[in-house]
Design a binder for this molecule. Structure first.
Ligand code: FAD
Length: 398
């Protein structure tokens, strides 16, 4: 995809690649053992090296200590770092922090930026984003029970959320809560409010076990409660009732980040599949690579990954040029299309590895479990397919 590479990218990609190969891959066994505490220590060491190499938080503007990349340029970085389950963490550009940084950069007050965004950008604290509720369909988040009611100069927040990723150990969350429940326009009822997580009205109920993993820290998905949680009204991001507009703005680039990270996973799984195919002998001199079903998996995976990358980079370019709103249909299209390819490529690579593919000796089984969520988080497949089909059919009806 050289047509998408800028001179600036050509200069920096090898530097990212070097850290991936020299520092990030070598500690993968710690991750595979599930030793998340030691992993965190090792990630902190890599973060120091990343900072001193001038590659920290590449998505940020240069004045904020980043590299000032366009979304199209950052997409390439996201693919590269996606080859490791903790690649993005080493560069402080992981979800949900990256989405929160982008959101606050544009819409938070100067005081909020100083108190929350500045330490987040430096990697001194972590954050999370609490929108989904256990008792309401997350696919249609305009219907929410969480409320933020004015009380003097404060909001009193009450509600129950879950799948608040990375809440364990985070310093603050951005919570979506109804501030204007009576608004005629259902998209104007909710707002985004910052809640520091040492607030006595906030409670982390549990880290939810997901596909066999309880998770902790970065890798947690928490159930949380807000019970008469009091925060100043100045913790509002943007204006009252603007929550859904901001959520769409946050999720557009976020889906590019996810899709390119998935393509990075695909490339790693593909590489492992090809290496296994040529090295695993079924009988003397006869490798898996000689079997047509394996050849089909390799050919189909190559074509599908290339197609997916092209579509995502095209969408990133459109967002750069015209904004996320103009690219809504492209964003929906890549979200379900790339998630499907990701799971197919992972499955083929596991099948090629046989029983080894199911073990924790390779990263494949982790990704197979963890990335099943790709078809659900940030909007399930069906919601995005319906959006695309509606757009197509609109033209026919007209
Ligand atoms: C790993 C992971 C991390 C997450 N992190 C966060 C986070 O940090 N913060 C946060 O707020 N949320 C997070 N979520 C929640 C996620 O955004 C929701 O799970 C998602 O929006 C779907 O909502 P739901 O689970 O309530 O499913 P529901 O809304 O109950 O939908 C269930 C199923 O119904 C089907 N469906 C839904 N709508 C339609 C439709 N219109 N047409 C046809 N079929 C439909 C789909 O198959 C869907 O999977 C995370 C989820 C996962 C899995």
């Amino acid at each position: 995809m050289n047509e998408f590479l800028t001179d600036r990218l050509k200069a920096i990609l090898p530097k990212f690649n070097a850290i991936l190969n020299d520092d990030i891959f070598p500690i993968e066994d710690i991750f595979l053992r599930g030793d998340l505490k030691n992993l965190q220590i090792e990630i902190s060491k890599i973060q120091e090296k990343v900072k001193s190499s001038g590659l920290w938080a590449p998505h940020l503007e240069e004045k904020d200590g980043g590299l000032g990349l366009t979304l199209l340029e950052f997409a390439h970085i996201s693919e590269l770092l996606g080859k490791s389950p903790y690649g993005h963490y080493c560069f402080n550009c992981q979800a949900p922090d990256i989405g929160n940084m982008e959101l606050m950069h544009t819409h938070a007050s100067d005081a909020l930026k100083e108190k929350y965004l500045a330490p987040l950008m430096k990697g001194e604290i972590r954050s999370c984003f609490a929108m989904t509720e256990p008792d309401r369909a997350g696919s249609n988040p305009v219907i929410m029970d969480t409320t933020a009611v004015k009380d003097g100069d404060d909001y009193l927040i009450n509600g129950h959320k879950w799948f608040t990723s990375s809440a364990d150990g985070a310093a603050f969350t951005i919570v979506m809560a109804n501030t204007n429940p009576e608004a005629d326009n259902k998209y104007k009822r909710a707002s985004m409010i910052i809640v520091p997580l040492d607030n006595p009205g906030y409670k982390l109920v549990r880290n939810i076990p997901v596909m066999g993993e309880t998770g902790e820290g970065y890798f947690s998905h928490a159930e949380v409660k807000f019970e008469n949680c009091r925060v100043p009204q100045s913790n509002l991001i943007g204006t009252e009732g603007e929550g859904f507009t901001l959520a769409q703005e946050r999720l557009g680039p976020g889906r590019i980040h996810h899709c390119m990270r998935w393509i990075g996973i695909c490339e790693r799984a593909f590489d492992m599949m090809c290496k296994r195919a040529v090295s695993r002998e079924l009988s003397p001199g006869v490798t898996l690579a000689s079997k047509q079903s394996v050849q089909n998996w390799i050919a189909e995976s190559r074509a599908e990954i290339n197609a997916a990358r092209f579509m995502v980079l095209h969408t990133a370019k459109k967002i750069d040029l015209e904004g996320a709103k103009a690219a809504r249909i492209e964003i929906s299209t890549i979200k379900f299309f790339v998630a499907d390819i990701l799971l197919k490529v992972l499955d083929r690579s596991i099948q090629t590895h046989g029983a080894l593919g199911l073990t924790e000796d390779t990263v494949l089984s982790y990704w197979y479990r963890h990335e099943r969520g790709a078809r659900i988080y940030d909007g399930p497949d069906e919601v995005h397919k319906a959006a695309l089909a509606r757009r197509i059919l609109k033209d026919y009806k007209e």
